[in-house]
Design a binder for this molecule. Structure first.
Ligand code: BG6
Length: 506
């Protein structure tokens, strides 16, 4: 047991993220003994809740984890609610008073972790008040966890960063990208750096292309208001996709420490080509979901979703090709694809190896000789919903002759392991309590990601042509297939084919 002593102050304490992710994660840490007696949580938001109402909500949010009544009561007793207007200086004085009292009561040694889980417009205001009103005067550590989006382009991100770094040092800032807390995203480094067979093949000598897919079957649900302003490029590519890409592309770090890993990720992102407008037009595709039907169920178009502008030209799908201009990756396209209302929810990476230099296997057809078809070797990393990896090889079919047969070596984590795997937020909360920034994004990563994405956004904003549509529950528009076809490749993951063959998708 390694008890952490800390006061959490959660801005946005009544919000969806806090209720769905943060409180259950804190409870799991409590159960595991990372949080025991010496911790307290102040939830703040505008609503005028009492501690009692807040604690009842906390108990509801952890109900699915089946706590006993005593356990739930004991856990919830550490939670305090403070109605708060983030712009009102006096409110921070009240907050400080409560923080000091709780510090004393729970013996927290002045350690304070601030979680900004609310509209990013207020991040700057909040941190400057934390400083000016003395919330950071306690003797322990002070750290801030910041939810995405970190800015809406490089300019706004940079301004926000400026405001935050006037109060917190870079090593005290934990910018969340919850994909970095996922088990199999963390496993990318294990697969690469603990297996000589992979790392020695990990370059343009042996790899043809890399495909990163983050597909979602859901539409925008209740988040139309936010999403319509953001779109898939900013919602998924700027952060999750580029983070995964940097882990795949980075050089081996000299040590597995946050400083070394981040340094390599930054270098990898800096090598990603920042496109010209012409290159964007050639290498990136956007689209929006129209209506569709799958297995007899009808789905409405994006434009008809709640809080979405009926004339919206926001993209719900992006496919693109990134080029990395360094010795290791020159000539290897990194294809990415993400979208809402696709066939299945699935995050998976395909590393497609080059074909053998000479195919010696031939078929005699009539009098002539034709080469047998060989499938490429593909290493697939399954991130979710299944977790694991597989390697597809070519083998010989049993029996007479010499027919080729694709074979797959596969490891999938069992349902039980997946069930017991700590949730991304749980891991990230614990990392921040341990002062470990490995799985958080450094400012330089955020900045470079915006540079890469901003030109794509600007090019699209200046393009008056009609946005391509794709049928809900398909895998995107035809342009996304053409993107690879023109390079002589194809998407390895095609979950829609199964449904199409059975006439279940239209
Ligand atoms: C969030 C996006 O960052 O990631 C959402 O804002 C998206 O639009 C979500 O649905 C996907 O996360 P996960 O963990 O469900 O793959």
């Amino acid at each position: 047991m390694n008890e952490k002593k800390v006061l959490f102050t959660i801005f946005g304490g009544t919000g969806d993220l806090a209720q769905r992710k943060l409180y259950p994660s804190l409870f799991r840490l409590y159960r595991k003994g990372d949080l025991v007696e010496s911790f307290a949580v102040i939830g703040t938001a505008r609503r005028p809740w009492s501690d009692e109402t807040y604690r009842n909500i906390i108990k509801e949010t952890i109900a699915s984890l089946d706590p006993t009544e005593e356990e739930a009561d004991a856990f919830a007793s550490h939670f305090y609610y403070q109605s708060h207007d983030v712009q009102d200086t006096e409110h921070y004085d009240t907050l400080k008073k409560l923080a000091d009292e709780l510090d004393e009561k729970y013996d927290l040694e002045g350690n304070r972790l601030f979680y900004l889980a609310m509209s990013p417009n207020f991040f700057g205001t909040i941190v400057s008040h934390l400083k000016s009103q003395g919330m950071l005067d306690s003797k322990g550590y002070h750290r801030v966890i910041i939810e995405k989006p970190f800015g809406t382009d490089y300019e706004t991100a940079s301004q926000l960063n400026e405001e935050i770094t006037q109060v917190f040092q870079e090593e005290e800032i934990y910018r969340i990208d919850h994909y970095l807390g996922k088990e199999m995203v963390q496993n990318i480094s294990a697969i690469r750096f603990a297996n000589s067979i992979f790392e020695s093949l990990w370059s343009n000598r042996y790899i043809d292309n890399i495909q990163i897919n983050i597909a979602e079957d859901l539409g925008v649900e209740e988040r139309g208001g936010y999403y319509d302003q953001s779109g898939a490029l900013k919602d998924m590519v700027q952060n999750h996709i580029l983070q995964v890409l940097s882990l795949l592309a980075m050089e081996p770090p000299v040590a597995f420490s946050d400083k070394e890993i981040r340094a390599e990720k930054i270098k990898a992102l800096e090598a990603v080509r920042v496109y010209t407008a012409e290159e964007v037009a050639k290498n990136f595709v956007r689209a929006q979901y129209g209506p569709g039907s799958m297995e007899g169920q009808d789905y409405t178009a994006y434009k008809e979703e709640l809080n979405v502008d009926p004339n919206s030209s926001t993209e719900t799908f992006v496919a693109g090709k990134f080029i990395i201009d360094n010795f290791r990756w020159s000539g290897v396209p990194f294809y990415v694809r993400t979208g809402k209302r696709l066939t299945e929810k699935g995050t998976r990476i395909n590393i497609v190896f080059k074909q053998v230099p000479v195919n010696v296997f031939k078929d005699s057809v009539g009098g002539s000789c034709e080469q047998k078809q060989l499938s490429p070797n593909v290493l697939t990393i399954y991130i979710q919903p299944t977790e694991g990896f597989s390697l597809s090889l070519n083998g010989k079919e049993v029996g007479q002759g010499f027919n080729m047969l694709p074979i797959r070596l596969e490891h999938r984590n069992s349902a039980e392991i997946i069930e017991n795997t700590p949730e991304a937020y749980e891991k990230l909360m614990l990392d921040s309590l341990n002062g470990d920034g490995t799985n958080f994004t450094h400012w330089k990563e955020v900045a470079q990601s915006w540079h890469i994405v901003d030109v794509i956004r600007q090019t699209w904003d200046q393009d008056p042509s009609e946005l391509p549509q794709y049928s809900a529950r398909s895998m995107g528009p035809k342009e996304a297939y053409e993107l690879l076809e023109k390079d002589g490749f194809e998407w390895i993951w095609a979950p829609d084919e199964w449904y199409r063959k059975r006439d279940l998708l239209s």
